[in-house]
Write a protein that binds this ligand. Structure first.
Ligand SMILES: [Zn+2]
Length: 449
């Protein structure tokens, strides 16, 4: 027997008592079967037994092996479960108001998850503003909705009538796209914002990047990295608190254990984020701006995408292992990346604290090797963002001028490395999405050791 991985997009039926709260969910299925067709039928039957209706096959069945999930705790666990039970299914739901993923939920026929309580807690966390500035204290009176992507010169520059395209899983769009998550037009005012800084500290700290073009100075690079990091800390802390709440509210032993496992993995990533933030806190506090290292690709053209994110690089651009994300005993090294407005175009900025140089330098060297071997740097950098960054905004003018096929190719890959159990191969950064971005870089500035 082979193991197939596939994913449905589901919505709650009107019989579902949480119908008004949960807009939809991904049902990820691991199925032990002889052929992909039977795998789909078998999984569809199982999913339909609950109060959810399948609206599309989000990911067609692919044959998977254990190695697809070696870095993914949840995926690996489900893969193994399928080997003994014949099938394993994980649901990931999101709220009706906007895309707020509730994290994995596993259903058994005897169990109805308290989605209402979960979503309520998640909203509570999201709206719990706090200042993440290294010197936060009494002066942090007014928490503001801060943009994690540079707004005045970047988001605005790529927008059209105040709108951009961004990755979305809203059902109204899914129906049009046969159940696939897609890029949807949204207003830029609330896009990529988070309640992670007070007004005073946000203004005080980020002026060199909010009011000025990227030069780059070390201080600017550090600030861009700090903002990516702060957003991720804000999000991951919310996920952890929501999981803790869920664990405290459930008596179901299977769900409890499942959430505990998920929490332990999330906690590991979060603790590493906190450790990195402390390093950056110290650098900023004592103006040690040269603690940062970076590689900046400069383009004289107009930007068509704006983004900000981070990654614990597990594999380099060619597929070589850099660090083991599943080994919870080691400290993870971190790279941040973003686009930034420059006086003569825009920059694609990779940066890291010097303590992450071991992994990050190898990561950047593999990129240089790919370029040396004739791969287009624009294609490589574009692929990296589409796969690894959900916090990304696309120019409507550019998006609407793409062919239908090109948009489908991007949508198929969009954010796929962000889900904790989607199978990814070690070579996921090596190819795909060629000839789409149109990105051309004119020079590179690096402060690598
Ligand atoms: Zn503050």
């Amino acid at each position: 027997m082979k193991t197939y991985f596939l994913q449905f997009k589901v919505i709650p039926t009107t019989d579902n008592e949480k119908y008004h709260l949960a807009e939809g969910a991904f049902a990820s299925c691991w199925v032990l079967e002889n052929n992909p067709e039977t795998a789909v039928t078998k999984a569809a039957f199982q999913v339909s037994k609950y109060d959810w209706e399948i609206i599309g096959l989000d990911l067609s069945p692919i044959e998977v092996s254990e190695e697809h999930f070696t870095q993914r705790d949840i995926g690996l666990e489900q893969f193994r479960k399928a080997q003994t039970d014949g099938m394993a299914i994980v649901y990931m739901a999101w709220a009706r108001d906007k895309k707020t993923s509730t994290g994995p939920i596993t259903l058994k026929s005897s169990y109805k998850p308290d989605i209402q309580g979960f979503i309520k807690e998640q909203k509570k966390q999201k709206n719990r503003g706090r200042c993440l500035h290294f010197d936060a204290g009494n002066q942090c009176q007014e928490i503001i909705s801060a943009h994690s992507i540079q707004k005045s010169r970047l988001l605005l520059a790529i927008s059209k009538d105040g709108h951009v395209y961004t990755l979305s899983s809203e059902v109204s769009q899914l129906n049009k796209s046969m159940g696939k998550p897609t890029y949807q037009k949204k207003g830029i005012n609330n896009l990529s914002t988070f309640l992670g800084f007070c007004k005073y500290h946000d203004n005080e700290l980020f002026t060199p990047i909010d009011d000025q073009y990227l030069v780059p100075t070390n201080q600017q690079v550090l600030l861009y990295a700090y903002r990516s990091l702060a957003r991720e800390i804000f999000i991951k802390e919310n996920v952890l608190n929501t999981l803790r709440h869920r664990i405290s509210k459930t008596d179901h032993p299977f769900i409890k254990q499942y959430c505990e496992d998920y929490k332990s993995g999330t906690e590991f990533g979060f603790n590493n984020l906190k450790r990195h933030k402390l390093l950056y806190d110290q650098s900023l506090k004592f103006n040690k701006f040269d603690d940062v290292r970076y590689v900046l690709f400069l383009s004289n053209r107009k930007p068509n995408i704006a983004f900000s994110g981070l990654l614990y690089p597990d594999f380099d651009f060619m597929g070589n292992q850099l660090q083991h994300l599943g080994n919870h005993k080691q400290e993870l090294e971190l790279i941040t990346f973003c686009s930034a407005p420059m006086s003569n175009g825009w920059g694609y900025l990779f940066s890291w604290h010097h303590s992450s140089s071991r992994v990050c330098i190898d990561f950047m060297r593999s990129l240089a090797t790919m370029m040396h071997d004739g791969h287009n740097v624009g294609d490589i950098l574009f692929r990296m963002i589409i796969l690894n960054c959900e916090n990304c905004a696309i120019s409507p003018e550019w998006w609407e001028a793409l062919s239908e096929t090109q948009r489908e190719q991007i949508t198929a890959k969009g954010g796929s490395n962000a889900l904790p159990f989607t199978p990814m191969k070690n070579t996921y950064l090596r190819d795909g999405l060629e000839g789409i971005s149109g990105w051309q870089f004119d020079s590179v500035i690096s402060s690598m050791d």
